[in-house]
Design a protein around this ligand. Sequence first.
Ligand SMILES: [Zn+2]
Length: 74
Amino acid sequence: MAGVVDLVMEQRSSERSVQATPLASHGRPPQTFREGRVCRHPGCGTRLSIYNSNQHCYLHEPMVAVRIRGKKIA
Ligand SMILES: [Zn+2]
């Protein structure tokens, strides 16, 4: 019966890895997150989408926060 135990453990570990890699397409429905979360940026309070795996809104998302500085466009 050892084979059954192995299978169960495998399923559990794969569930964990899915949480760490949001929006990975494995043929499953998109993972959703807790409703009513808000951006963690101080004073922002923007509600996050249940599909947003980040803890910040799109404005305060670290990756998007990179801006070109020191250049006058206008
Ligand atoms: Zn924000």
